[in-house]
Design a protein around this ligand. Sequence first.
Ligand SMILES: [Cu+2]
Length: 96
Amino acid sequence: MNQGDLVSINLSSSDVVHGLYLDGYDLEIRTDPGQISELSFTADKAGSFRFRCSVTCGDLHPFMIGKLQVGPNQLMWRGAGLAVLAALAGVLRFRQ
Ligand SMILES: [Cu+2]
């Protein structure tokens, strides 16, 4: 996944109430047993963000963790690189 992508999370539970809290983005959803909760957002920050269950749900609660990896916006960097190359080409042409 890259910066600028739309992220859609469907959270479902088959036993008790669970939640999902995403660090860095400060987003949270909860879901009841048998239900599906949906969270959509634009991944506008690049980096590595931890998420965890936000409801104390049982013995395995501390292990309900994960990581969301958002890569840099490659199109933006490619665009910036092309702009630099174009500027250099312009400078070199002026020197001749
Ligand atoms: Cu939990």
